[in-house]
Design a protein around this ligand. Structure first.
Ligand SMILES: NC(=O)c1ccc[n+]([C@@H]2O[C@H](COP(=O)([O-])OP(=O)(O)OC[C@H]3O[C@@H](n4cnc5c(N)ncnc54)[C@H](O)[C@@H]3O)[C@@H](O)[C@H]2O)c1
Length: 328
């Protein structure tokens, strides 16, 4: 049985990845320190003999008993309100955490896949973004802590690949959504759905003409799985290129949720990218992958999940004061 270590396992993407590898009959070791994750995302695996969990901060030395075939490094705060609240931890998990896991991969002769992000392109001057675009990042802006941690993460990963001959993979993840996202993480989908469920107006920052493209979690996980098992060592964009303005998206959410609320407008936050759209030609070519789940289907499933949450979770207001400053 192949053994895989997944860091950030209690988070949104990490928990879905655990499910995917369990389904493929791997022995999965999940690791997390719960800084932004939630135990309940892994509850369903608790009694699974092929799953074990280690509570650990990956910025500290990571040791695993026995052999290891694969490592997927997904630990990192991922939403702007999180990394603004914990900027040093964000920088540390991208740098020290990645260094620790590369060292572990080297010791175990394991293949390692690193979760990078479309944020490495910053506020892009090229549209849509291809992997050979170097990006436009403000190093000292509020988002710099995340963007630069991820850029460093890519550099050190390539250094281990070139210098030590380590088998490495780098996925540049574009906005992904689905069940197990946190309702109050400040990202636009849970924000709109939460507002609709609470009977609040939907807040748009700026004039709503900024665009986003959203990838359903199952598609994202499939792309990551294919990349891990491929022989391609350079970064690959995984996301859904279907672009929509935030204004049109708010209308879609109003229709989906049946809310009678309206849209209200607030000032655009600092460094909020105006356009973000992946060019996925490379993923199509080297991974034979493209997204399959349409927005209507994916949003429906996501809304079902948010509807199933308790009233307490629906009204929990972690980070409320950050919402006016930063939004993705
Ligand atoms: N969700 C997206 O749309 C998206 C987009 C681009 C990149 N990513 C990347 O994917 C990964 C997962 O994102 P997510 O959306 O699932 O976020 P998430 O916050 O739901 O999950 C991240 C997990 O990492 C854990 N973690 C953070 N620091 C840790 C540390 N030092 N030690 C151990 N565990 C730690 C958290 O507790 C959490 O469970 C991140 O690396 C993120 O940068 C996600």
């Amino acid at each position: 049985m192949k053994k895989v270590l997944i860091t950030g396992a209690a988070g949104f993407l990490g928990s879905h990845l655990c499910d995917r590898f369990i389904k493929e009959n791997y022995h999965v070791i999940g690791m997390d320190n719960f800084i932004t994750g939630d135990k309940k995302n892994l509850q369903h695996l608790e009694n699974n003999p092929n799953f074990e969990f280690i509570e650990h901060d990956v910025t500290e030395f990571v040791s695993i008993e026995g052999g290891l075939d694969y490592i997927l490094h997904f630990a990192s705060p991922a939403s702007p309100i999180d990394y603004l609240k914990i900027p040093i931890q964000t920088l540390k998990v991208g740098s020290l955490g990645t260094h620790n896991l590369l060292g572990l991969a080297k010791a175990k002769k394991a293949r390692i896949l690193i979760a990078s992000t479309s944020e490495v392109y910053g506020d892009p001057l090229v549209h849509p973004q291809t992997e050979d675009y170097y990006g436009n990042v403000n190093t000292i802006g509020p988002r710099g802590v995340y963007d630069e941690a991820k850029r460093f993460q890519e550099s050190i990963t390539m250094a281990y690949h070139r210098f030590h001959g380590l088998e490495t993979r780098i996925v540049r993840i574009f906005n992904t959504y689905g069940p197990r996202m946190r309702l109050n993480d400040g990202r636009v989908i849970p924000a709109f759905m939460g507002q609709a469920l609470r009977g609040e107006d939907l807040t748009i920052f700026g004039n709503g003409m900024q665009t986003r493209s959203f990838c359903y979690v199952n598609d994202q996980v499939e792309g990551i799985y294919n990349l891990l098992l491929s022989d391609y060592s350079y970064p690959v964009n995984i996301g859904n290129p279907h672009e929509i303005t935030i204004k049109d998206f708010a209308e879609e959410i109003i229709k989906l949720t049946g809310t009678e609320q309206r849209v209200i407008y607030k000032d655009l936050p600092v460094d909020d990218p105006l356009q973000r759209q992946p060019d996925i030609s490379l993923a199509k070519k080297v991974l034979n992958w493209e997204p399959k789940v349409g927005r209507e289907e994916g949003m429906k499933k996501t809304f079902e999940y948010f509807k199933s949450l308790s009233k307490e979770e629906l009204y929990k207001s972690e980070h409320k004061d950050f919402n006016n400053h930063i939004r993705r």
